[in-house]
Ligand binder design. Structure first.
Ligand SMILES: *[C@@H]1O[C@H](CO)[C@@H](O)[C@H](O)[C@H]1NC(C)=O
Ligand SMILES: *[C@@H]1O[C@H](CO)[C@@H](O)[C@H](O)[C@H]1NC(C)=O
Ligand SMILES: *[C@@H]1O[C@H](CO)[C@@H](O)[C@H](O)[C@H]1NC(C)=O
Ligand SMILES: *[C@@H]1O[C@H](CO)[C@@H](O)[C@H](O)[C@H]1NC(C)=O
Length: 384
């Protein structure tokens, strides 16, 4: 099997899909001798959970933890029927035939819980856990996977559909292709809506290395006037993260989101091609927003949602702290985890933590405790 060479680099934005039966085994964290408490000097890449102090202790409205026991309950509740009229959309591709990578290369196996994974399997496991979380917190939602028609993807899961989109999915072009795929997808929805009026589905475009830990349907209800929503953080160079884009499913919302993304694509292609591997889309996104003369960038300094007209679109800006929370390395780390966090993003070398977190949740059934696990473990750089 081959994933694009150098897959590790873009995996954080584009994990892969799978067709294996569920591979996870239950992890009994509390009895697991593999858990380590840090002693300062371990090597950079860690192949087991490492727990440290939780950030944000003593701060109001932040999750309070005692080890991995949560002192606050998360707002998530199992009886929720969340996700009605919502579809999650992610881009994902995998290639089976390649002379370059040997499937049975054991040197690269990693073990999570009781299961070992090759590179391809671990990518598929991440996608699977992405789906698991969504189906836990928003069981009524659907998941749409945009993929290269040449990709060998097979997967059967309830409420998961594939949507092949022709394009150039090479490593160098991936982030560019992702925007193109989003635009192409929105075009098909517009076309469909023109025949089939009435039923509205809202779309949330995300990376697949994220865990939806609470119902997101409330965005569309609480903020009835936006066409598309982006997540922001207080970071001058890169205030916007492209890993989460919500689009209202009305014809107007879809049309304006499409036009907005076309503008981002134009800026990307003309100004940021040298950054096309990784960050070009975020730079282009920021450029489009900041080039609006009335836009006040000081709004990015406070983690509060706000609405702005950009071009013809009403854009809702949502704080990363709640809608795109990243484990403690990055923005928001010193402030801990908001009690109402909804999306956790396992950027960079935190894919292991994503799988471990799901295993923990699946065996304990306790989302709040799982959030404490993430909060106290996220400072670690893992082996994948
Ligand atoms: C979750 O746990 C159940 C048993 O409680 C097990 O059957 C199932 O395979 C687990 N799923 C995952 C994804 O680990
Ligand atoms: C996983 O391994 C642990 C210890 O090695 C064992 O106690 C546990 O039963 C195993 N779990 C499963 C689901 O196989
Ligand atoms: C989760 O654990 C916390 C304490 O760690 C407890 O207060 C809460 O009731 C538990 N929730 C569930 C759903 O078991
Ligand atoms: C969270 O738990 C802590 C410790 O029990 C408590 O002091 C705090 O008031 C709780 N916060 C909320 C918002 O419930």
């Amino acid at each position: 099997m081959r994933v694009f060479s150098g897959w590790r680099r873009f995996l954080f934005c584009l994990p892969l899909i799978f067709f294996l039966p569920h591979l996870f085994s239950v992890m009994e964290l509390h009895q697991n001798s593999n858990v380590e408490y840090p002693q300062k000097k371990h090597s950079k890449k860690v192949d087991h959970l490492v727990l440290g102090p939780a950030a944000g202790q003593g701060l109001p409205n932040r999750l309070q933890c005692e080890g991995i026991k949560a002192l606050n309950k998360s707002f998530f509740s199992h009886i929720s029927r969340g996700g009605e009229n919502i579809a999650f959309v992610t881009v994902f591709a995998i290639y089976n035939s390649s002379p370059n990578i040997h499937v049975d290369d054991k040197s690269d196996l990693v073990i999570v819980g009781n299961t070992s994974y090759s590179k391809v399997e671990r990518s598929m496991a991440i996608l699977n856990v992405f789906i698991d979380f969504i189906q836990t917190t928003m069981p009524q939602s659907n998941i749409i996977i945009l993929t290269d028609p040449a990709s060998d993807l097979q997967m059967r899961r309830n409420r998961v559909a594939f949507h092949p989109i022709q394009g150039e999915y090479s490593r160098d072009r991936l982030m560019l292709q992702r925007i193109r795929s989003y635009i192409a997808f929105l075009e098909t929805r517009l076309e469909e809506l023109s025949h089939n009026k009435g039923h509205i589905t809202h779309y949330i475009f995300t990376d697949s290395d994220v865990a939806m830990v609470n119902d997101l349907g409330q965005i569309f209800r609480d903020y009835p006037n936006f066409h598309l929503a982006l997540t922001f953080r207080n970071n001058k160079a890169q205030p916007l993260n492209s890993g989460f884009i919500a689009v209202r499913g009305t014809p107007d919302g879809i049309l304006r989101a499409k036009v907005f993304l076309q503008e981002v694509l134009k800026v990307y292609s003309s100004k940021y091609m040298s950054a096309s591997r990784m960050l070009g889309d975020q730079l282009a996104l920021a450029w489009v927003i900041k080039s609006d003369p009335s836009f006040d960038t000081t709004k990015f300094t406070k983690p509060q949602a706000f609405l702005e007209k950009i071009g013809g679109a009403s854009v809702l800006f949502l704080p990363c702290a709640i809608y795109n929370w990243t484990p403690p390395e990055g923005a928001g780390q010193f402030h801990g985890m908001p009690l109402d966090v909804k999306v956790v993003h396992f950027k960079g070398s935190r894919k292991r933590l994503m799988l471990e977190s799901w295993n923990f949740f699946n065996s304990s059934g306790n989302m709040s405790d799982m959030l404490c696990l993430i909060l106290s473990s996220g400072r670690t750089k893992y082996d994948f």
